[in-house]
Design a protein around this ligand. Sequence first.
Ligand code: FES
Ligand SMILES: [Fe+2]
Length: 416
Amino acid sequence: MPGPWTSDEFWAGTRAPLTSATGLQPEAYTSEDFFADERTRLFGRGWVAVGTAPEIADSGRLLVRAVGERSILVTRDGDGVLRAFLNSCRHRGTELADADCDVAGTIRCPYHRWGYGLDGTLVATPFLDDVPRDEFAAADHGLVPVRVDTWGPLVFACLADDTPPLEEWLGDLPERMAGYRFQDWRVEESRTIDIAANWKLITENFQEYYHLTWVHPELAKVSRVKDHYRYQGPGMYCGQTTSPVSGDDRDDWLVLAPAAGLDASDAVSGRFVAVFPNVMLAVLPNHVFLIVLEPVAPGRTREHCSFLLPPSTAPLADGDLDTTRTFWLDVNDEDIDIVERGQRGLHRGHVPPGPLVPRFEEPLHRFHRMVADCMTTPSLADVVVPDGDDGSPASRLGTGVNPHPPSIDRAEPRKH
Ligand code: FES
Ligand SMILES: [Fe+2]
């Protein structure tokens, strides 16, 4: 039986205008059935981040990733082309790999040793010709391809053929952040953290600075509430900026050298962008703290965290990243503590959703409507890519005037 989230009533508070909107219903964070539908309808159809480009820099590397209900393989073929496939042998369906690994040019099924090139072509079928089959063509039995694309250091996959291309999904974000030249940044260090909270609570928390003063007293010294503005053009993302980033009280996150070649705005700003559904990017002039969310259960999420550095930063010596790392992991621990409390409160209290606070929680409203669209539209070809903010101080819902507004031309809103 379909869950109540197929009804308009379930999403009424989400569809309401910002000034009368409420948050999502508690089932969206706690229900096994909602989680299962979300895995199919949202993660099974959207552009989902599955890793970083440096992880798959070399031909012969094989990444194994969960996307929606599927397991996929990500490879780079002999020509350097990034590819993805369902992780199932075309003989009798066996899982080809159960963990990231290196292969010597051929992906071998462990069962009967059928072999596939890194471009997915079936190249080996032991003993198949001993008794020839009728009309067998290897070309008909290559690995099943999955859409894959990149933006900067991020690799995205999409299981649905009719979802708009990644370029449209991201909207103006690549243009907006082009000055960073992320494609050249390197992954300096990564770690994985298990969190006892729904993935949406984690990204929602990232999207608002309402909690900054109380949850992050140290962060609030360098990322002051009054210096925050929204940073949203048309595209499937929610963003805010701190401009300028202050180093007055603490300079923990400014100890590394800034990236070469940034414009006047990027050079003094922090950009905090949540790409729908599972990427969180904290972009500073000298580093990026990247989080990719992997939903595991309604109340469990795996966070894949990486520190990215620009090419102009020389190789670090031991200890050079310590201050930056400690700063972010302390902030992240504070966020984890509060979102786990959020999960416990929703799970045990199951209270109806409360009002969104318009000044701070417009990005959540935008995010909730993306969730609602994915959960209710028959095809993501019809997903509504949100418009951008109009840029006026009033619409930013911050205070004061941004002294360094992003220096990009506004793109036309895109809709499908
Ligand atoms: S199932 Fe893969 S070779 Fe038989
Ligand atoms: Fe936070």
